[in-house]
Design a binder for this molecule. Structure first.
Ligand code: GUN
Ligand code: ZN
Length: 431
């Protein structure tokens, strides 16, 4: 593969920003460059420095004045819900029963799965999302289609067969045993194939019997390196019903802990309505609270308590939760996250938001050695962001003077139009 040099303004995070002026948390080069060879970033720094290291035949691609960053990471999204987005419902449980559990049944058909695998990754990449952690459907075939297409495109994707054996239509339920067997087969077939990562995926406590959470716990013990993903404390009625189904649990978090699922591999989608005890338990376990702001607003689920979670030492992530979420764009998602914190009286700095969507989400997935930064040696999943993508943004940019202002403008007004180029393992998939 020929070497490529991408020239632009480079931004990469070193650590979670502790304040809006925490300049030590990131590296920014006003005239920067990345050298890309064999799918990896092999040099990054100033253009002059990187150009001096480039082999003779290097292809030079000039992205100035765009900002080059690590590709966005979406750590909570539903592959079979592209046609659920924008469904009119009063709340989570009505939305699940009326639309979601109907639509997901269509993924019993392999042809449907294959069609949507193509559409799904097209849409993620167009929005600058180069890695996602997705829930597939209950059908093993949906997972096969998802990982086959990810491998074909050389994408680093996380996914899992949803385990659900009650409180859903019969056509959408498995059993404790079949969910264990199918998950084992998915792991054997796909984990480590290409850049694929399999996640153990019990949907949530309501749709799993104790026997199935037992099976999920067994999978977690047998495969301690695998991520686990589920939903936690999204909606008041959901919480009340969960506690009826699991009366012996101290609280919703304790349901998962009781089956050995509350570990440092666990991604807890939503995690909105938590007691101090639950936050402490999640922090002690090293599990991750995944904020899904557009979904939480759309379904009226509640306002993620970022400040309190951080005070308790809980690891965090940010995600779209398509189809409860309303946009594939991490930029739109950062905007809504900011607004939710505004409503909570907490000011969320733009640099912390962009850290979360890149390095922070990579840390949440345990993949920061591979993705989420522009560090040499990591995978060349890179995006070029344009703060002048629309006429209105262009006009506003005339008065912008700092990087913080530019990032804030892009999260407030930007979407897929701001994503001018996307590279996957060094190859352009959007230009
Ligand atoms: N809880 C259980 N399943 C789902 C789902 O598909 N979406 C959301 N937002 N919450 C859930
Ligand atoms: Zn979800």
């Amino acid at each position: 593969m020929t070497a490529r040099l991408l020239r632009g303004r480079t931004l990469s995070f070193k650590a979670r920003p502790q304040a809006r002026d925490d300049h030590a948390s990131y590296v920014y080069e006003a005239d920067g460059a990345l050298l890309v060879e064999n799918g990896l970033i092999t040099a990054s720094g100033s253009y002059a420095e990187v150009a001096s290291k480039a082999p003779a035949a290097t292809e030079i691609i000039d992205h100035r004045p765009c900002l080059l960053m690590a590709g966005f990471i979406d750590p909570h999204i539903h592959f079979p819900q592209m046609q659920v987005t924008a469904s009119y419902a009063a709340n989570l449980l009505e939305w699940l029963n009326t639309y979601t559990f109907v639509e997901e049944q269509r993924f019993a058909d392999p042809a449907h799965c294959a069609r949507f695998a193509t559409l799904f990754f097209d849409e993620l990449l167009r929005h600058g999302t180069t890695t996602a952690a997705a829930y597939c459907s209950v059908h093993k075939g949906s997972t096969d289609a998802y990982f086959a297409e990810a491998q074909r495109r050389n994408l680093l994707m996380v996914g899992g067969k949803v385990m659900m054996d009650r409180n859903a239509p019969e056509a959408l339920t498995d059993t404790a045993q079949s969910s264990y067997d199918d998950s084992k087969a998915v792991i054997a077939d796909w984990h480590g194939k290409g850049r694929n990562h399999v996640a153990i995926t019990p949907r949530f406590a309501i749709t799993s019997t104790p026997a199935q959470l037992e099976a999920a716990g067994a999978l977690a013990r047998e495969h301690p390196d695998l991520l686990i993903q589920t939903h936690l404390s999204e909606n008041d009625a959901e919480i009340a019903y969960t506690l009826e189904l699991y009366p012996e649990a101290k609280d919703y978090t304790d349901v998962y802990a009781g089956y050995g699922l509350l570990t440092d591999k666990m991604l807890l989608g939503h995690a909105i309505h938590l007691s101090d005890r639950e936050m402490d338990a999640i922090a002690d376990a090293g599990s991750v609270a995944v904020h899904c702001p557009t979904s939480n607003l759309f379904l009226g689920s509640g306002l993620f308590d970022l400040k309190r979670l951080k005070q308790h030492g809980v690891r965090t992530a940010i995600a779209t939760d398509i189809g409860g979420g309303s946009s594939y764009s991490l930029l739109r998602t950062l905007d809504e996250a900011y607004k939710i914190q505004q409503l909570r009286g907490h000011r969320l700095p733009p640099i912390e938001n962009y850290w979360q969507a890149t390095r922070g989400n990579a840390e949440a997935l345990g993949l920061v050695e591979r993705i989420g930064t522009l560090e040499p040696g990591t995978d060349a999943d890179i995006i070029a962001l344009d703060a002048r993508a629309t006429p209105a943004m262009q006009i506003r940019m005339e008065t912008v003077q700092t990087l913080e202002e530019e990032l804030f403008l892009m999260q407030t007004m930007g979407d897929d139009r701001s994503v001018r180029a996307v590279y996957v393992a060094g190859d352009a998939v959007k230009r």
